[in-house]
Design a binder for this molecule. Sequence first.
Ligand SMILES: [Zn+2]
Length: 227
Amino acid sequence: MSNQEHERFAQWDAAFVLGALTPADRHDYEHHLEQCSICRDAVGELVPLPGLLARITQPPSQKPEQPAPADLMEGLLLKQAQHRTRRRALLGRIAVAAAVLALVIGIPATLLVRTPDANVSVALAPAANTYTTMSVDIDLEPASWGTRLAIECAYPPNSGYSYQSPWYGLLVTDNTGTTTQVSTWQAVSDDVVNLESATAVDLEDIASLSVVTSTGDTVLTAPVELN
Ligand SMILES: [Zn+2]
């Protein structure tokens, strides 16, 4: 390989890496690469360039030290412009996709967001044929995943108070009649117990709440009616 031949191809590395050579020039350059380690090294250093070009928004301001042939520079600049155009198009598609996602996810989320006024407070009443001094108030707060329950359980001061049960449980019954137990707690005398609980049942699907004894007897109950 003559030095003259290398001089002919010395500036072609970037255009080759960027795919800017004509098929004929590319064929000639590939043939030259087989014989010229200088150009092979130059190409090896430039291989990451297309990826870098795709990430930058401005072309490098510095000029090449030796001007490349005009048609090659044109090809390079065209390639860079195409990279930028493709990048802008990609960013545009990402923005559209994000907007579509926001619509798909955002609209139901907006519908699910309810104001604090949507909270429901329920004071449970003694069940039929039951006597209890325990009083239970429950605030129900709708959530995207179901309903949050804040349970306040008060036992009046009463030295003669005898527990009806070692513990109590709260049952949630939905509109289909399905009942799930969401909390249990021990009875305590002369105290107020605050419990946080939760159920997967949506607030509008909760039909009633009941407090039961450890043996399953209902002591307090109330229907849940939306405001
Ligand atoms: Zn060479």
